[in-house]
Design a protein around this ligand. Structure first.
Ligand code: FAD
Ligand code: NAP
Ligand code: SF4
Length: 672
């Protein structure tokens, strides 16, 4: 028995297999599913996760038919040729001693194509196409598609399938009265609405036999109006067990729900209580999920008895070695998923291959590789922000001798400001991770050392990762004492009055508004506070488990302005922008677009909106108007004959984020 994580690392017998531990890698569409021919990239991606002991891997969703795909030409499994493509994946996982299930996902009215089908003709609020209502024959055909898909998955070598019955996809659409308005035997009362999932499970079990793992992902909390009641969830769970599922996985929230369920501001393990409630009702193992990202959290969830297994998806993008590190007592080496969604979900929503902000190797396993160098060099890296950290570690791991300079007394650059924003405390983990990685890689870190040309002579390569300077504005009165920059507020703890205007509505403008207006605990510290703020009803009194969100008094009156017209924060993350906007609305932050800044004086910030002049009577004006590159050393270093490389903000400040900084630093180091 493992002393530190006895519950987490305990094997789990399920159907015909024994899983190595209690960790399931949750299903995640990453964009490797659509590769033409054998799925070699997916195989490389899962192989390393299996090698590092993931108990059960679940693939991204594959459609059981063309019409069920999430988008045109989405990965699907409906015939022998498609099954053949998967062999390379299942072989890779089995060679590493792992187990793998394929997720069957029929998107129903969430399909992003004109052939979408649903229980009843309808358009979802998050897709542009109106789905066609399935005929009775269509329902039968769709059930058969699921069964055939599972049979093909077995032929392809999978140990099981996960039937996606939550998150508002087709099966969930049949279950909920919200989306099922049929008046035949597949609609009407609850018992008839759940016939669809039960028939799928029953017929699939009959077709695949006992030696196959059947996981059903059940929506525990729909978080939409007219969703299921708790009694219905329990009833369905018991019926699913009778129909032959091997395990039940937890689903939280439909995609159209207006409650953040996996973003960084969601507390760790914020939803395991709902899985715990189901434990007495069924005897099959239960899997719980959402924002479990570190071994202590996972162990505590299992030790409390909330579930039999934990599901983590994004944490395995961030660190494929997560379980090995936990098992070997090297938790401080774990590259923690900070739940930013920037390189995973945001990419998928933009039809790009997923990766990970903190781990650019994710989903590029056979493309981005750090080969040991045959010609070790002396490398200086100037700047220990995300770009410089990634470059230093990667270069040193390849065998170069690396010295990392930073003028500040700590590593992290702007991440030291980001981590102070309420709800972004997870960013601390990235700095902990890089701090440890620098040690292990043997990087010579010189803090409180501003690098100059003389410091850098004698190095074979100099990497300038010196970041950015805040953009200086030329509004009349910009030197007034009431003007501060975001750096004054977040890094220098400048005193800020009760009434504040923020110039600039990019990521930093939003973060500063949250920092200044937020009151009470950070959402991360208090699950109940988070549930109350977003209107999730633990008591489950109403269908869908929603209640009126609680409003807290803001700490300050804040107004955020931008010059461009249209909605504020339009360039924020695809899957998180709405959360930032909703957060600020809850804090009664006022927003203004189409603003011209006229001047700043004792009265406040003078603006014109349209043709109308207005004075924002504020105590402070905080400038969050973007940044410019800090590459002061470049010319003199080049003049001194040094080989100079620019990365991160020093290279390009426009639309710079940590994703690009870390990716660029890693890729440069891979080529030195
Ligand atoms: P920086 O992080 O700016 O680091 C540059 C480093 O160089 C600094 O430590 C500086 O001290 C050092 N330096 C400069 N000159 C010298 C010299 N001559 N000698 C020695 N050292 C020197 N990005 C995201 O992707 N997601 C987010 O959610 C996010 N939130 C943010 C929130 C806030 C409040 C802020 C301010 C930024 C946020 N960012 C976010 C942006 C992200 O932090 C930056 O994109 C990233 O830090 C840029 O990395 P960098 O390594 O290029 O530069
Ligand atoms: P940004 O996103 O480029 O936003 C800059 C803001 O300043 C814009 O609202 C812009 O709007 C305004 N602005 C630009 N030039 C101006 C000028 N001359 N005068 C007045 N206003 C001006 O930059 P940022 O907010 O500084 O963020 C920097 C980077 O950090 C971003 O690229 C972002 O990706 C990253 N970040 C991300 C997150 C996240 O949650 N993902 C959070 C924080 C930061 P107008 O031009 O319309 O006025
Ligand atoms: Fe986690 Fe962000 Fe990486 Fe996605 S991109 S896996 S959310 S750290």
């Amino acid at each position: 028995m493992h002393h530190r994580y006895p519950h987490l690392l305990e094997p789990l017998p399920v159907a015909h297999v024994t899983l190595r531990n209690r960790v399931l890698m949750g299903s995640m569409h990453v964009g490797l599913e659509e590769q033409f021919g054998p799925l070699t990239k997916m195989a490389a991606y899962f192989r390393v996760r299996a090698r590092h002991r993931v108990g059960l891997i679940v693939t991204g969703g594959f459609g059981p038919s063309w019409e069920g795909g999430v988008k045109p030409f989405a990965g699907r499994l409906s015939n022998r040729w498609e099954a053949y493509k998967h062999r390379v994946v299942t072989d890779a996982v089995h060679e590493e001693g792992g187990h793998i299930a394929m997720q069957i996902l029929h998107a129903g009215r969430y399909s992003y194509h004109p052939l979408a089908v649903a229980p009843t003709g309808q358009k979802s609020p998050i897709t542009p196409f109106r789905a066609r209502g399935l005929s009775r024959r269509g329902v039968e055909r769709t059930i058969n598609d699921y069964v055939k898909c599972a049979v093909m998955a077995k032929k392809a070598g999978y140990d099981g399938v996960e039937i996606m019955g939550s998150e508002g996809y087709l099966i969930n659409q049949f279950i909920a009265a919200k989306t099922n308005h049929r008046d035949d035997e597949w609609g009407g009362p609850f018992e008839q609405r759940i016939r669809f999932p039960l028939e799928i499970v029953r017929r699939t079990r009959d077709a695949v036999g006992a030696d196959f793992v059947l996981v059903f992902r059940l929506s525990m909390l729909d978080l939409v109006d007219n969703g299921s009641t708790w009694e219905e969830v329990v009833h369905l769970a018991t019926e699913l067990e009778r129909a032959g599922v091997s395990m039940i996985n937890t689903g939280i929230g439909w995609h159209e729900a207006r409650v953040p369920t996996i973003a960084t501001l969601v507390p760790r393990a914020a939803f395991t209580w709902i899985t715990a409630r189901l434990r007495d009702a069924v005897s099959v193992p239960l899997i719980t999920s959402n924002r479990i990202n570190m071994p202590d959290t996972a162990e505590a969830v299992l030790a409390r008895g909330d579930a039999d297994m934990v599901s983590m998806a994004r944490p395995f993008l961030a660190d494929p070695e997560w379980i090995t590190k936990a098992a070997e007592g090297r938790e401080d080496e774990i590259n923690t998923c900070i739940a930013c969604n920037q390189a995973c979900l945001d990419h998928v929503f933009q039809n790009k291959r997923a990766s990970c902000l903190v781990n650019p190797f994710a989903c590029h396993e056979d493309e981005l590789v750090l080969e040991p160098t045959t010609a070790p060099k002396r490398v200086a890296v100037v700047g220990a922000g995300p770009a410089g950290l990634a470059a230093s570690c990667s270069a040193a791991e390849r065998g170069h001798e690396v010295v990392l300079f930073d003028a500040s007394d700590r590593i992290g650059g702007q991440f030291n400001m980001a981590k102070r924003i309420p709800g972004k405390e997870e960013f601390n983990e990235t700095l902990r991770y890089f701090g440890r990685r620098l040690e292990l890689a043997g990087v010579d870190v010189r803090l409180e050392t501003r690098a100059e040309v003389d410091t850098l002579r004698g190095f074979d390569e100099v990497i300038l990762a010196t970041g950015v300077h805040p953009r200086q504005l030329s509004i009349p009165g910009i030197d007034h004492p009431k003007v501060l920059s975001y750096v004054d507020v977040l890094a220098r703890d400048a005193e800020v009055g009760q009434r504040v205007a923020i110039i600039g509505a990019g990521g930093i403008g939003f973060d500063v508004a949250e920092f200044l207006a937020h009151s009470g605990p950070s959402s991360l510290e208090d699950v109940d506070h988070y549930l109350d703020t977003w209107g999730v009803d633990r008591a489950y009194d109403e269908r869908g488990a929603l209640k009126e969100p609680e409003v807290s008094e803001p700490a300050r009156q804040v107004v955020v302005c931008q010059r461009s017209k249209g909605k504020l924060g339009a360039k924020l993350g695809k899957t998180t922008g709405w959360i930032h906007r909703a957060s600020l609305r809850k804090l009664r932050v006022h927003t203004m677009s189409g603003v011209t800044y006229d001047k700043i004086d004792d009265q406040g910030l003078h603006v014109t909106v349209g043709e109308v002049p207005e004075v924002l009577e504020v105590d402070h004006v905080i400038v969050c108007a973007g940044q410019v590159p800090n590459r002061e050393l470049e010319d003199s270093l080049k003049a001194a004959g040094l080989s100079v490389h620019l990365i991160g903000g020093a290279d390009e400040a426009a639309e710079l984020d940590a994703k690009r900084a870390i990716d660029q630093g890693t890729r440069l180091a891979a080529t030195l």
